[in-house]
Design a protein around this ligand. Structure first.
Ligand code: NAD
Ligand code: TYD
Length: 364
């Protein structure tokens, strides 16, 4: 376990410092947020708390693990007692909460696991923060990372805004919606300072190959079928993960207390069109014959409760905080594929063992 906060503070002289707890920092998005904060703010102490589920992987952070302002705490947000002890020891002044069960298909098989981590786990963090912050809320912030899936589904037109009514359709999105409501309720009832951001689908390096893009990259490398749910005409709004991290950085530092920010790439793709582009990129990068990856496309039974379309209106964060994505989809996809091709060992490590069991259950 990491050392006490005062020791660090003495070292930092006059520079403004913070003790920030980032939960889920060994996962996909969390690892990019941890890296950004550790490198950009050497005066902040960054505590990455993660229980290391199948989706948590410390290999995502080997480049920063020796930095003096980075600290790892292996702990479970479902364990209230342990969480309270950790908050008391480190006296965090801010929390950026990403730890979650994050895959819709898994939530269909085991909804309760999602309630436990996403709802109860979030409550445990809220309670622990409130306990150490009560009486002195100045400079404190509980930043909750959420998803656009809480808004449910859209028809052909329209966008999700910050005022769209919640209408979650999957156990995953229902658990995230519930956690958002609790964060807001703690703001209203106990005056807990909070920000919530709701982001669209992320893609990029280090994403576990159960989500569409890394799963299909992995299957193309292995020349395995590409399992397209239903007719493939479902639409998602894709954002490069590093652009999500930069939005979180901005909202954390410049966002207004008790506000919600929608984050998205203005980048809608029907699944089948995205898959075709991905196949073309992969043929080129792997030096395979044109059209060979597309031959792997296999239509399979649809996901139950499959949301037709997600699309985010990110005007508020763009106008109020000056955020915009840094890469085009083609650039981001190219970088993502290059990362997976250059990190074969990472891919082999995460797809060995239990992954096969999950894969067989989901796709057999
Ligand atoms: P991920 O599944 O890759 O990582 C989740 C991390 O949380 C893992 O490191 C895991 O070990 C950790 N974790 C899970 N249960 C825990 C527990 N009980 N205690 C401590 N740690 C635990 O998820 P991700 O895709 O990086 O998503 C991160 C957050 O962003 C989630 O809250 C998710 O809802 C949200 N989000 C994700 C997307 C997306 O496209 N992936 C989009 C919008 C919002
Ligand atoms: P996914 O990456 O699981 O994200 P989410 O469900 O949170 O949007 O899926 C993205 C889209 O791709 C979604 O419409 C479901 C579809 N999909 C497939 O067609 N086949 C697959 O094997 C997976 C994992 C997803």
């Amino acid at each position: 376990m990491a050392k006490s906060k005062n020791k660090y503070r003495l070292k930092m002289g006059n520079k403004p410092t913070k003790n920030i707890l980032i939960t889920g920092g060994a996962g996909f998005i969390g690892s990019h947020v941890v890296r950004l904060f550790v490198n950009k703010y050497p005066n902040y102490q960054i505590f990455n708390l993660d229980v290391l589920t199948y989706a948590g992987n410390l290999e995502n952070l080997t480049d920063i693990q020796e930095k003096p302002n980075y600290h790892f705490i292996k702990a479970d947000i479902n364990n209230a007692k342990e969480i309270n002890t950790i908050f008391n020891e480190h006296k965090f002044d801010s929390v950026i909460h990403l730890a979650a069960e994050s895959h819709v298909d898994r939530s269909i098989y085991d909804p309760l696991a999602f309630v436990k981590t996403n709802v109860i786990g979030t409550m445990n963090l809220l309670n622990a923060a409130l306990e150490i912050w009560k009486g002195d809320l100045e400079g404190k912030l509980f930043y909750h990372i959420s998803t656009d899936e809480v808004y449910g589904t859209l028809d052909e037109t329209g966008l999700f805004t910050e005022t769209t009514a919640y209408a979650p359709n999957s156990p995953y999105s229902a658990s995230k919606a519930s956690s958002d409501h609790f964060v807001r309720a703690y703001g209203e009832t106990y005056d807990l300072p909070y920000i919530i951001s709701n982001c669209s689908n992320n893609y990029g390096p280090n994403q576990f190959p159960e989500k569409l893009i890394p799963l299909f990259i992995h299957n193309i490398i292995e020349e395995k079928p590409l399992p397209v749910y239903g007719d493939g005409k479902y639409t998602r709004d894709w954002l490069y993960v590093i652009d999500h991290a930069s939005a979180i950085d901005l909202a954390f530092h410049k966002g207004k207390n008790k506000e919600t920010y929608n984050i998205g790439g203005f980048n809608e793709w029907q699944n089948i069109d995205l898959i075709k582009i991905l196949c073309e990129f992969m043929d080129e990068k792997l030096g395979r014959e044109k059209g060979s990856s597309a031959k792997l496309i296999t239509y399979i039974k649809d996901r139950p409760g499959h949301d037709k379309r997600y699309a985010i209106d990110a005007t508020k964060i763009s106008k109020e905080l000056g955020w915009k994505p840094s890469v085009t989809f083609e650039e981001g996809l190219g970088k993502t594929i290059d990362w997976y091709l250059g990190n074969e060992e990472w891919l082999i490590n995460v797809t060995s063992g239990k992954y096969q069991k999950y894969y067989d259950k989901q796709y057999s």
